[in-house]
Design a protein around this ligand. Structure first.
Ligand SMILES: [Ca+2]
Ligand SMILES: [Ca+2]
Ligand SMILES: [Ca+2]
Length: 421
């Protein structure tokens, strides 16, 4: 770009600037990019600041102008970077500078200063060389949305930009954002455990980057509609990820925190996010937002398979006691009723299989049963002995229950009608 065109661009950009930006200083421009990892060059020490969230992505302002002052003595351009491209207003911001020319003493850790600009002020940040002669310097600052309420070095709000400048000529930027909270259970179905882990991802709930924060989640189930509240704890001091355990209990056993459930209940968790991203407006405290939003998660206590569909039972057949197929049933012969069972669940199922044979008048001719258990998603053939004691029509009914003591049908009753000669 020649000098004349560059000047035209600058003038045009300066005229546009008040519409695009909340505030700016000086008469020359920085190139502020959404990606904080890039390094940009200024031609003066004036540089620009916040956009107040007014025009979220139209931030690109002007074009880089690389001047001789931005190069170090050995001709290598210094690199300045934040450790992330976005931060919450409660974060720690890591800053790294690579500039071998500032390794003044190769046998000692050197220190360099960069300026970091927030909402209203610019503060110097001292970066220490990472080792005696690395030429790489790092340091950090802590942000705060309100220095009266939250400790921190530099005041920022959601949708601000922070800009770091080194040597008046090398700059980098990052955006201050909020996130929509995400809530989840560690499983979709709880059947082999009674402990449910609730996980919340909410970077803004990480209010203190040097301590484990807490967040509260409300839980309820179809059975326990009044529910319970649990406190989630941040997984480490600066993760924004919070977890907690709730016990799923079929009775009030006093263990806390617990949620009462019955088989195949839906269980719910809910979190209230009061720090929502743009374009929801910030509230007067400049920390929370005008709107709040419930975030929910759901899971099922049980396999989700209704009780009467847990076993698949084939149509009964009558066979000989030796397992052979037979066409004509004659009274007095030793026969058996055969069914095939399939446990459709992802868990072991105990069962009782009952064959009830009735005469044509409805009175019971014989009952036989077998009790066993079946592994997950496996089949079994069950044979139940029956010796018809007279000619006539018979009705054979096969029941599959979970137990005799507290019978719950695991499949619909299977019926077969046969004639005995
Ligand atoms: Ca050094
Ligand atoms: Ca924390
Ligand atoms: Ca949030």
């Amino acid at each position: 770009m020649d000098a004349h065109r560059r000047l035209t661009t600058l003038v045009a950009m300066v005229m546009l600037l008040p519409y695009m930006m909340g505030t700016y200083t000086g008469h020359t421009l920085a190139y502020v990019h959404e990606g904080g990892a890039d390094t940009h060059y200024l031609d003066h020490d004036a540089w620009l600041i916040n956009d107040n969230g007014s025009s979220s992505n139209s931030i690109r302002i002007s074009i880089s102008i690389s001047s001789s002052s931005s190069k170090s003595n050995d001709g290598i351009v210094p690199l300045l970077a934040f450790d992330r491209v976005e931060y919450t207003p409660f974060d720690i911001v890591g800053i790294t500078l690579q500039d071998a020319s500032r390794d003044s003493d190769p046998r000692a850790v050197d220190v360099v200063s960069v300026a970091v600009k927030g909402r209203n002020s610019s503060i110097p940040v001292y970066l220490r060389e990472t080792s005696e002669s690395s030429g790489v310097f790092s340091g950090s600052i802590r942000l705060t949305p309100n220095p009266l309420t939250y400790r921190g070095d530099l005041e920022v709000r959601r949708d601000d930009w922070i800009v770091a400048v080194y040597n008046t000529a090398v700059a980098t930027s990052a955006r201050i954002v909020y996130h929509e909270a995400r809530l989840s259970f560690d499983r979709q179905y709880y059947y082999s455990t009674d402990r449910a882990e609730v996980r919340l991802e909410e970077p803004e709930a990480d209010r203190d980057p040097y301590a484990k924060d807490r967040a509260t989640v409300f839980l309820w189930s179809d059975t326990d509609t009044s529910g319970t509240r649990i406190t989630l704890v941040e997984s480490d001091v600066n993760t924004g990820i919070f977890t907690g355990i709730v016990k799923l209990s079929s009775s009030r056993d006093g263990e806390q925190p617990s949620l009462r459930v019955t088989d195949n209940d839906r269980i719910y968790a809910r979190y209230l996010d009061d720090t929502l991203p743009y374009p929801v407006r910030l509230a007067a405290d400049n920390v929370t937002t005008m709107e709040m939003r419930y975030v929910t998660a759901e899971a099922i206590f049980g396999t989700g398979i209704p009780a009467s569909e847990r076993m698949l039972v084939s149509r009964p057949e009558v066979i000989t006691q030796f397992g052979e197929q037979i066409r004509v049933l004659s009274f007095g012969s030793k026969l058996a009723v055969k069914v095939e069972l399939l446990n459709r669940q992802p868990m072991v199922q105990g069962f009782v299989c009952i064959s009830q044979v009735k005469y044509s008048d409805g009175t019971v001719a014989s009952i036989s049963m077998v009790a066993s258990e079946l592994e997950s998603n496996t089949r079994a053939i069950v044979t139940l002995p029956w010796t018809p004691d007279r000619e006539g029509s018979y009705r054979i009914e096969v029941f599959v229950w979970d137990s005799i003591g507290k019978p719950v049908a695991l499949a619909p009753v299977q019926v077969l009608e046969v004639d005995v000669v």
